[in-house]
Structure formats: C-alpha cells, structure tokens
Ligand binder design. Structure first.
Ligand code: WTA
Length: 685
C-alpha cells in the first residue's frame, strides 16, 4: 500500500488543501486496451529513448518540428538568465498560420470547428478550415486597418463558447496581439480588473449566450468591466460587441458610441479581406491567462509563442493522440487554459476536427454529451472529474444507451478518484478506451504527467509518470528529493525548464520568481537552470513504479470543479461588505465539485449578525468574482481562531468545515472560540 502521509507535506499555516487531500488506497494497474483503431503516435519505436533526461533540451526540437516556421531556430533553449527562459531562439513563426493557413492545401473543406449550440433544436454548424481562414482574416484586417492595432498591444476577450472566440484568438495571434481571455462566467468586475492589469487596448465581447436553457446577458458585464477598468486608470479604447446570433441582437441595452461598437457591422467591409500574418519571434507573447494565486491579485500568466505552441502541438499529438481524422471534443471552456491548449492551439495546429459545445453537459438532460458524441462520431473526449461525477450521478446508465465510439477518454483539472475513474472507463469507454488522467497547470502550458494512451498501464487515481521530456520530482520541506516508493508525500517540482512553461507574470517578473522558484532556490545569483526548480504548488506522492498521485494544492488556492480560485480573492470580496471585520475562506469537500469555498466572517462592533448580512457576503463574492466562487455557507462567528501573532489559523476552520477534529490548538491565542464555532457548524445553526 502506498498511502500518502499528509503530515509530511510542507508546513503551511493556512492548512491549505494538503491536509484534506483525498486518500484512497493504491489501485492495481489496468492494462491498456488492445483494440485501438491504430497504434497511437506514442508507440513510435525509440521515442522514449529520444526523450531521456541526458538528451535535454535538444529532444524538444521534435515538438518544434511539428510546426511550420518562417525561420528555423538557432538555439533550442536560452537559459542564460534563469528562471527566465527563451525557447527556439532565432526562430520566427505565426500561430494563426500554424492553426489555419497551413491546413488549406488539401484540407480547406474539412471541418475545423463543429459548433454545437446549447439548444438541441439548433443543428451543429460546421466551420471549415477555409471559413476559419476567412473569418480570422476579416477580424485581423479590421483590427489592423480599421483600428490600427500593432503587434504587442493586448486585447481582452470576454466571450462565450461559440466559434467567435477561437476566431478572435487566432485573429489576435495573426497580428501578434497577446489576447487575454476572461471566462464568460466571470463577472464584469473581474473582467475590468484584468483589462486594467493587462492594459488592454480593446475588449471584444458578446451580447450574451445560452446556458442551462437560459439567456445570459453580457452587456451589463461589459459596462461594469469598462467602469472598473476606468476606475483602475486604464479604460479600453473600444468595446467591440458581437451578437450571439448573427443579425439578431437580443440585448435591449443600446451601444454607447464612440466607445462601444457593433463588431458584426464593423466587419461588413472586411469579409473578403486578407491580412498578412505577422512574422513573429519565437519569444513574442502569445497570450495572458489570469489565474488565482496565493495573494488576492490574479496573476497574468504569460505564454510565449514558439515554446507554448510547440508544447501544445507536441502533447496533443502524443497524448491526445490526434490526427486529422479524429473528431475531438474537449468539454472545457476556452476561458480556461485547458481550452486554450486542448481546444484551440494544440488540436488546430494538428488540423483536427474540433467540437465546440456552447452549453453545460446536463442540458437539457445528463445524456446530452453522449447524444452529441454519437451524432458527431467523437473519437477522443476530454473533460473534468466534476463533469464525470455529475453525469454519473444523474444518469449512471446513460452512456450505455448510446452508440458512441470513443477510443480515448481523458480527464483534467482535479484528482479523479478511482470510483469515478472506473465508471468513466467501464461505462463511457465500455472498457475499450484508454483513460488518461492528465495533470498540469495554467503555468505549465500543457500536460506534465499522464500515462501514454494505449501503451502504458493505467492506474486509477494516479496521473502517471512525467510525460515525454518531463522529469518531475517530489521534494521535502528542506528541498531534498523524496525517492519514488518511499510512501512520503511532498512538494511536486519540475527540476528543469520545458517549452510550455510560462515566460513570466505579466508586468511582475519579481512575483514570477518569488511564486514559482524562490522556495527551492539555494543561490539566487546562479545562472544554472539546475538551481531553479519550478514549484507547482501541488502536493504529491510518487509510487515505486514512478506514477505520481496528485494530492491537491498546498497553497491558498481552492480548486472548485477544476477551476482555481484564490482563497484570498474571495476573502477580499467578503471584506467589501460593510460591517465585516475579518474573513477566512477554506475549502470544503464536495461530492461533485471536489471542493467548494466556505466563508467565515467576524463583524465589526456595532454590526449585528443576520441572515441578510450573510447573503450580502455571498452576493459580494458573486459580483466580484462570479457565481463559480459562491460559498457553500457563510458562517458569522464571534472571533476567528488566531495564533498569538494574530494570524488566522485557517487549518482549524478547514478541519471544522470538513467534519474533522480541529487538531493541535496549542499555538492558538484564543482556543476557546474553537468549540463554539464547531458547535455552530455541526448543528448548521
Ligand atoms: C489541479 C488546469 C489532480 C492541480 C489544467 C493543479 C489536478 C491545478 C489535475 C491547476 C489532475 C489539474 N489531477 N489535480 N489530473 N489537473 N489539477 O491552472 O492542483 O486551472 O495545480 O490548470 O489543478 O489548475 P489550472
């Protein structure tokens, strides 16, 4: 048995998630299916050998060779200034050429995107590579010629899951405008803060979209985003609004000239325009993706063109095992990194047929995904444990009622516990598909741990070994490597750079170094990358066979249904409510979403506790961050458990929320408050 020992995880006074990580016994290996349609790419003889550690970094040239370059690179890796790295130095390329133009000879009429509107009565719409080319060119031409956009300027995209989103991303990429996609479910306020932080010149948004059968209006969010960005000192110059349905505006709200414009009308003169793709340096920024970190402010994770795109294409090729015949469906939202890498950049770089679904998996019923998969002939399917749990709970026999043809089923975003894994494998895949648990992060650009499809034995509950060219390690508190099979958990690190690795935090290189490298760096002056192991922020344990089991975050990040939320961000939202003196937000286990935030607040003197006040806290969280961050409960407490130096001990609150004993209270200045809080929470008072 290889049981993780949570006590051995790096100490964190916040308690983090490590101490409530899921603990299941080591599962036996499941052999990969033998009836694959064809051998996967990863079965290539000698492949593993070529990606051996002693061939670092040259082996990553193989990933870059999957792309089309204007000019070939001279140097695989420039590591002269660690932890700032440049990949494929001297090379020039363009992402939109790689994802669109280069597929035109021979594949112009093939589907690039198969858009499935949420309303089932609306038939799927195919966007061929030719049409994608036309639409990307039209928007790029308008941005460049109509608005004078120049390479390097940022564009924020607050768009839902329609083809307009990948079109906008690729149009930006064509011109070298780094895009910053804000998840459409995020509030206007969250969008505004990201516009200001990225100093975006333009915001592209939509009148609204359909979700769970309802119309969600985005016009108000755009208005709020503009005002928030303005208050932060950086309003966007133009707000370009598309109608969800061409030619049909659903929102009543008028467009406010001159800032707001109807993008559909603006594009009218550019429909057949061609805009030359800019030849860009490999280290040109491709996009920013904001993600929650350990402090309140979201970080703009910056990914650069050549390294990111090579890594996206390489991991899609070997691990999603895609080729142009595959019909591939990733149910994630493009507003998260998974959608960037494994809906847009990776699959389109390989010329695959990509399904884009507008809605939620359970609309109008929890068998919808299987109907879509049957109708479109989906061969490779990618989703999150939360979605799988939900579909299983609501319709456990659903998959068996449909004639699906999955060859490969993949999962990402949270640990997938064995029970859920087995259902995915047996019911969804009928035991005939490989199941991949892929572990990675916004910062890593692409998958870092996974088994190889159709080749490696699978182990439910374990992500697997490092992928090609990635050699992860577990370190103890003092930075010592914990060897595989030692039954001890620790901090998961990547001891070397890789092409998908983020370039920096936008506008804050210091924070990049502090957040990801300071922990295990012993000589800040060192120019040897070996001295700069990358800290993932996850706790993990490595079995004797080399497979990694991810235990969860060891920092302040709460992973809700595979989406990262910063505990501190939610706490600052609580503190905006008048009368709230202190707030502590902790993760509570949830059978479907994995984790949910739960809030504890204490009041200023003179403020009385009331259910209305708790509601105000919930509403503040929803409007600051989005409904996704809604707490399961807001507990108004007389005082927070604190250390003598006045730090709130979230570990104690997290234990109480999860029905565990509060643990050692000797460091508390006010241990007496604990029993009272416990009594309240237990009685749901
Ligand atoms: C968690 C999503 C266990 C982990 C691609 C990580 C996982 C964070 C897995 C990154 C997995 C992601 N097993 N945990 N297969 N995949 N995580 O940045 O805690 O949204 O650090 O990237 O999700 O979330 P992010």
């Amino acid at each position: 048995m290889d049981m993780p020992d949570p006590e051995r995880l790096p100490a964190s006074d916040r308690g983090g998630e490590a101490d409530i990580a899921v603990h299941w016994p080591e599962e036996p290996l499941v052999p990969p299916p033998r009836n694959l349609r064809r051998p996967p790419h990863i079965a290539e003889p000698g492949l593993r050998e070529r990606f051996r550690r002693d061939r670092f970094p040259a082996y990553f040239d193989e990933y870059a060779q999957l792309l089309t370059w204007n000019r070939r690179w001279d140097r695989t890796l420039d590591s002269d200034h660690p932890p700032f790295y440049r990949w494929f130095v001297g090379g020039t390329l363009n992402a939109s050429v790689n994802c669109v133009d280069r597929h035109l000879p021979g594949r112009a009429g093939a589907p690039a995107l198969i858009f499935v509107p949420e309303a089932e009565a609306d038939p799927p719409q195919i966007v061929t590579y030719r049409e994608l080319f036309d639409r990307v060119n039209a928007l790029a031409a308008y941005l460049a010629r109509g608005l004078g956009a120049v390479a390097g300027e940022r564009v924020t995209l607050h768009l839902p899951m329609t083809p307009d989103l990948p079109v906008a991303m690729l149009a930006c990429a064509r011109l070298g405008l780094p895009h910053s996609v804000v998840f459409s479910g995020f509030s206007g306020e969250a969008c505004g803060l990201r516009i200001a932080d990225s100093r975006s010149r333009f915001l592209i948004t939509m009148d609204g979209y359909f979700r769970n059968g309802r119309w969600v209006d985005l016009r108000e969010a755009a208005d709020r985003a503009y005002r928030v960005a303005h208050a932060q000192g950086h309003a966007p110059e133009r707000v370009l609004v598309l109608p969800r349905t061409p030619g049909h505006w659903r929102s009543e709200r008028p467009l406010r000239a001159p800032v707001e414009a109807d993008l559909e009308a603006e594009l009218a003169g550019y429909r057949s325009a061609r805009e030359p793709a800019r030849e860009l340096a490999s280290d040109h920024p491709l996009f920013l993706m904001y993600t929650s970190g350990t402090t309140g402010r979201p970080k703009g994770v910056q990914h650069n063109l050549g390294g990111y795109l090579a890594y996206a294409a390489g991991t899609t090729y070997y691990y999603q095992d895609l080729d142009p015949e595959d019909v591939y469906w990733c149910m994630a939202d493009i507003g998260w990194i998974t959608g960037h890498t494994y809906i847009v950049y990776g699959p389109l770089a390989l010329g695959a047929q990509v399904v884009l679904y507008e809605g939620i998996p359970t609309y109008p019923d929890p068998e919808r995904p299987w109907r879509i998969a049957e109708r479109l002939g989906v061969t490779v399917f990618h989703t999150s444990p939360t979605a799988i749990r939900q579909l299983r709970r609501l319709a456990p026999n659903g998959p068996g009622r449909h004639r699906t043809s999955f060859r490969l089923l993949t999962s990402v975003g949270e640990p997938i516990e064995p029970e859920t894994w087995h259902w995915y494998h047996a019911e969804v895949g009928r035991g005939a598909a490989s199941v991949l648990d892929t572990w990675w992060q916004t910062e890593t650009g692409g998958i870092l741990c996974s088994t190889a499809p159709g080749i490696d034995p699978m182990k439910p509950g374990s992500a697997g070994p490092g992928v090609l060219g990635i050699h992860p390690q577990i370190r103890d508190e003092d930075g010592r490597i914990i060897p595989p099979g030692s039954h001890r958990a620790g901090a998961l690190v990547i001891p070397h750079p890789w092409p998908g690795q983020m370039a920096t935090i936008w506008g804050d290189p210091r924070r990049y170094v502090e957040t990801y490298f300071q922990r295990f760096n012993t000589s800040p002056e060192s120019t040897d990358w070996n001295d700069w192991p990358y800290l993932t922020g996850d706790g993990a344990v490595q079995a004797a066979d080399g497979y990694f089991r991810i235990l969860g975050r060891i920092d302040d990040v709460i992973n809700v249904a595979g989406h990262r939320l910063g505990a501190k961000e939610i706490e600052s939202a609580c503190l905006t409510v008048p009368g709230i003196a202190e707030a502590a937000v902790v993760p509570v286990n949830d059978p479907v979403k994995g984790r949910c935030p739960e809030a504890y607040v204490s009041l200023r003197s003179g403020t009385d506790p009331s259910p209305e006040l708790a509601d105000r806290v919930t509403r503040a969280i929803e409007s600051r961050i989005g409904k996704i961050a809604r707490p399961t409960h807001v507990w108004i407490v007389a005082d927070m458990p604190k250390t003598r130096s006045g730090k709130i001990l979230r570990r104690v609150l997290s234990a109480i929320s999860n029905g565990r004993p509060p643990g050692d209270l000797t460091t508390l200045a006010n241990p007496e408050v604990v029993a009272e809080i416990e009594r309240r929470v237990r009685s749901k008072d």
